[in-house]
Design a protein around this ligand. Structure first.
Ligand code: UT7
Length: 348
């Protein structure tokens, strides 16, 4: 009997790293003073409880695809990798209005990525870390040489302007990274996971069907007469998520450091998901992060942009000189699901 032939193994690069990062921030700035037109609050309360002073909300021309193309263009330019060499496009978003087709296919087409596989993932605020984990695996398995990972949101479309527990928090934007082969490790073990028993603590009130029927209602739901949002909106049990983030996510961040064999004082940057400045401060304490390590505080001007928040914050730290190319950064994302992902990465 002839033996079953062995499949030729697919082997890729030994390691991977982020080669370029880019962001897109919508033109329209919404200061806290404007939020006060919708909810009973104060600039002081919003700043002290969340750290947010303003956020950006996308306008008509700033679709999920458009913002992604702009952010990806910058990441591609920084990486110096031609678009046609990108072997996979991964888009993490919870605010693309259609289940199918994936917005990633439009983005890949518009960027000129040829026939590259392109797909969306739904991993909320952990989306960038989930995308990096996938990219690292694809590159090392030889299934792609270069991977484009995008985190993009138009959370303003899912914001109920009358809900005082969320109306001030969310922002829009896109962040993108090109991940490619590397001779040295540039992405540490990704510590990622989920806790579906807490799936209801951040959730969308209803499916997009109603939204598709009323595209004119974009940028905030209107409230129906019975008080329920006529448009899908995000509902969040803020305190529950806050406590989970502070207690559980510091442990996950520490696991990512340990897995990478890095101590907090060796970091060149700490770039947590921009959910709340107080969560960031609590993590700094739990991790005993030395004061010398620069910390992303992009939330002040960007709000919480879910999947886009880490790459946007990374881009800002590199552009401002707060962090340098080649530095080690600890990233951690966490959010609806609940889901999380943390890793130590080398900055592009
Ligand atoms: O990105 C995904 C992950 N998301 C997160 O990690 C978000 C986690 N959660 C949070 O960031 C915080 O829970 C919020 C910023 C959303 C809320 O802050 P909080 O300190 O947890 O506020 P709270 O809900 O405990 O409310 C405290 C007080 C209450 O008043 P009393 O009962 O103490 O008199 C609220 O009624 O603040 C009141 N309050 C407000 N006051 C002014 C709630 N919302 C507002 C508001 N303006 N917008």
């Amino acid at each position: 009997m002839t033996p079953t032939p062995e499949i030729r193994p697919s082997v890729g690069a030994k390691f991977s790293r982020i080669l370029g990062v880019g962001g897109y921030r919508p033109v329209r700035v919404i200061p806290n003073s404007e939020v006060l037109d919708w909810i009973d609050s104060s600039d002081e309360w919003i700043r002290t409880r969340s750290g947010i002073t303003e956020r950006r909300w996308a306008g008509a021309g700033e679709s999920v695809a458009e913002m992604s193309v702009q952010a990806a263009g910058k990441a591609i330019a920084q990486a110096g990798v031609p678009a046609e060499k990108i072997g996979t496009v991964i888009v993490s978003t919870v605010t693309h209005l259609k289940q199918t087709p994936a917005v990633a296919t439009e983005i890949a087409d518009r960027l000129g990525c040829g026939t590259a596989p392109a797909f969306d993932i739904s991993a909320a605020c952990a989306g960038f870390g989930y995308g990096l984990s996938l990219a690292d695996g694809l590159i090392r398995a030889g299934n792609a040489e270069y991977v484009l990972v995008i985190g993009v949101e138009r959370l303003s479309d899912l914001t109920d302007k009358s809900d005082r527990s969320t109306a001030f928090i969310f922002g829009d934007g896109a962040g993108a990274a090109i991940v490619g082969p590397s001779d040295t490790p540039g992405i540490g073990k990704v510590i990622w996971g989920s806790d579906g028993s807490q799936r209801d603590v951040i959730t969308q009130t209803q499916a997009w069907d109603s939204a598709m029927a009323r595209p004119e209602a974009i940028n905030g739901p209107t409230t129906a007469e019975d008080g329920a949002p006529a448009w899908p909106a995000l509902r969040m049990e803020g305190q529950t998520v806050f406590r989970w983030a502070v207690w559980e996510m510091a442990k996950v961040a520490q696991q990512a450091l340990d897995a990478a064999g890095i101590t907090a004082d060796q970091l060149g940057a700490f770039i947590p998901h921009q959910a709340n400045m107080r969560i960031t401060d609590a993590m700094i304490k739990a991790l005993k992060l030395p004061e010398s390590v620069p910390v992303a505080r992009d939330i002040a001007e960007t709000g919480n942009t879910s999947a886009a928040s880490i790459p946007l914050a990374m881009e800002r730290m590199l552009a401002s000189g707060e962090a340098k190319s080649g530095d080690l950064a600890l990233i951690i994302g966490f959010g609806a699901g609940l889901v999380y992902a943390a890793a130590v990465v080398t900055l592009p």
